[in-house]
Design a binder for this molecule. Structure first.
Ligand code: DQQ
Length: 580
């Protein structure tokens, strides 16, 4: 099995480096292709374009920036290349929405124009100050590539009475935070600020050699910022921390909290995006706001093997508090898994995933995520199935919905846990994805594998299975959830088709488990056990496109599985698709 891990890593690296011999380097975790950065899309290829995920009309997007709610509108800013389908020429694109589903694109809010951001306007966050006044903090690049010296700037709306906040001003007293002893080429992505009654505080992501760091800065007036003596948190062998996010979560219930709220029983979450692995991890912990000390709970692994919002293609995420619906919303970005040449040909690259509401699991150990309720606005034709038994080796089709663009939500049950396979203690040292890779959806199991075959061709030459496999150890059950892109496409060259997996911390004493997938042409976002484990895959089927895509439910375990209930909906495109 160790060999499998090693083999996977080698495969991944070979894939990355064989995509294009012209790779010139990496900036802010993005591969740089200078010769393609300003090659404008000639055609926008529709196959594989998503139908209800957030995408601009064309070209490259990455990190969600800012998000906030202001005077009845949600504002999403995001890293965007207006000139081409690869990373570069980055501006803060800006779209607004009343429901997080229908989007209107406005002109870019922030773009390089001043000495303090001449070479780039990279990621950052919005904070709504008392009196409801928003302010954006973002990273400005002040020297050219490859040094990319980074400073932190602020921008304010030109007109607070404009609910669209179309125009932003970058005052001349920028930058407001400069690196001193910090590594100025790895010093970026300021968080939303929180207020302790005296000071505003922000984090800036950084590293010292291989130690990832979240530096803490304080300010009384939002203009003059002083670095705290100690970072809020750091961790060796995690590399550069991009896009840190730090926020409180309520001990009970599903409501979110404003970023400045503290109090007894309130937990905090620190999420970081690891530049070197392109994974994120988070910890749940205690924050002492008087002394600015954050200590992850001993139930949270603090390191690259820690908890993830999503065990698949999900990066540079950001949360914000929605005061209108009293919830905390998570946005994540999914990169493409095809080649740069494919992206240039498609004329577009990158999608924002469906926003998720998140809250603390009542067990206090992890977060739970669920697609925002507004997504139901897009549900069309519905198919309901119930009490259908799937014996070993059986699969049945969910007919009557547009399988290339669907929302499917099922609850499975089984009679006994006895047939769960034995989990070799040595496997605990392995990544879940290696177990998934090794014991894929077709390898006969005991209790599982069972789940969905998404974006499948009729004869199953192509499919992306999303499934569970239940193991037992000496004293407990271990539930593996996988989303495996290995057979997602018959296109042989240029695609990255990884298996993704995570374990699910779920109580199976009622012998039931749920699975929901949001399927959208080239993306499958899945939520296991009501959002306890989430996995996103990007896939590019050749046959299973449009009406040739099918959806099946399968069981390849010896224990029979019952579909207690299954609902699937065709998903409509929003009426406003961010492309006015
Ligand atoms: N993307 C931005 C950086 C951030 C990285 C540049 C993460 O600010 O660190 O486009 O994807």
């Amino acid at each position: 099995m160790a060999l499998v891990t090693c083999f996977n890593t080698i495969l991944f690296l070979v894939f990355i480096f064989s995509l294009d011999v012209n790779i010139r380097g990496v900036e802010a975790s993005h591969q740089v292709f200078p010769e393609l950065q300003s090659v404008s899309a000639v055609n926008v290829q529709l196959v594989h374009r998503t139908g209800y995920h957030f995408q601009p009309k064309k070209h490259w997007i990455n990190d969600p920036n800012g998000p906030m709610y202001y005077k009845g509108f949600y504002h999403l800013f995001y890293q965007y290349n207006p000139k081409g389908a690869v990373w570069g020429n980055i501006v803060w694109a800006h779209s607004i929405s009343k429901d997080l589903i229908n989007w209107v694109a406005l002109e870019p809010a922030i773009f390089p124009s001043k000495p303090f951001d001449k070479y780039g306007c990279w990621s950052g966050s919005a904070t709504v100050l008392p009196g409801g006044k928003p302010v954006i903090m973002y990273t400005g690049i002040v020297t050219p590539s490859p040094v990319n010296t980074q400073v932190q700037n602020f921008a304010v709306p030109a007109n607070y009475s404009d609910p669209y906040l179309r125009e932003w001003i970058k005052p001349d007293n920028n930058p407001i935070v400069r690196a001193r002893s910090e590594n100025s080429s790895s010093f970026r992505d300021p968080t939303t600020a929180w207020f302790d009654g005296v000071h505003w505080k922000i984090l800036v992501g950084s590293r010292r050699k291989h130690r990832g760091i979240a530096y803490l800065y304080r300010s009384r007036n939002f203009l003059k910022w002083t670095k705290a003596k100690h970072p809020l948190h750091s961790k060796d062998r995690t590399g550069m921390w991009e896009c840190p996010d730090f926020y409180p979560v309520a001990p009970k219930g599903m409501n979110g909290l404003d970023t400045s709220v503290t109090g007894q029983d309130i937990k905090h979450v620190l999420k970081v995006s690891l530049d070197s692995t392109r994974y994120e991890y988070y910890t749940v912990g205690e924050y002492d706001r008087d002394n600015d000390i954050y200590v992850p709970d001993n139930t949270s692994v603090d390191g690259w093997a820690g908890l993830r919002y999503d065990y698949g293609n999900f990066y540079a995420s950001k949360t914000f508090f929605d005061p209108d619906k009293q919830r905390r919303i998570l946005w994540g970005w999914a990169n493409e898994s095809d080649s740069k040449q494919d992206d240039v040909q498609k004329g577009w690259a990158g999608i924002q995933l469906i926003p998720r509401k998140l809250w603390l699991d009542p067990n206090g150990k992890q977060l739970i995520q669920w697609p925002i309720e507004e997504i139901q606005l897009l549900r069309g034709q519905n198919i309901h199935m119930g009490s259908q038994v799937l014996n070993m080796g059986e699969h049945i089709e969910v007919k009557g919905v547009t399988a290339a663009q669907a929302d499917v939500d099922a609850t499975f049950s089984f009679k006994s846990l006895d047939r769960a396979e034995w989990f070799d203690p040595n496997w605990a040292k392995l990544d879940a994805l290696d177990v998934c890779d090794w014991m894929g959806s077709t390898v006969r199991g005991g209790l599982g594998p069972f789940g969905f075959l998404t974006l499948a061709s009729e004869k199953l030459e192509e499919y992306t299975p999303v499934f569970f496999r239940v193991f037992k150890t000496k004293d407990k059950l271990k539930v593996l959830m996988c989303s495996d892109a290995k057979r997602s496409s018959t296109t042989a060259e240029g695609l990255y088709k990884p298996p993704f997996a995570g374990y699910v911390d779920v109580d199976l004493s009622d012998k039931k488990i749920s699975l929901r997938s949001l399927i959208d042409n080239s993306v499958v976002e899945s939520f296991g056990a009501h959002g306890r484990t989430c996995i996103t895959s990007r896939v590019y089927p050749k046959i299973a496109i449009y009406n040739n895509a099918h959806l099946f439910v399968f069981n390849n375990g010896t224990e029979a599985i019952t579909i207690d209930s299954l609902d699937a909906w065709s998903m409509k495109a929003p009426s406003l698709m961010n492309n006015n």
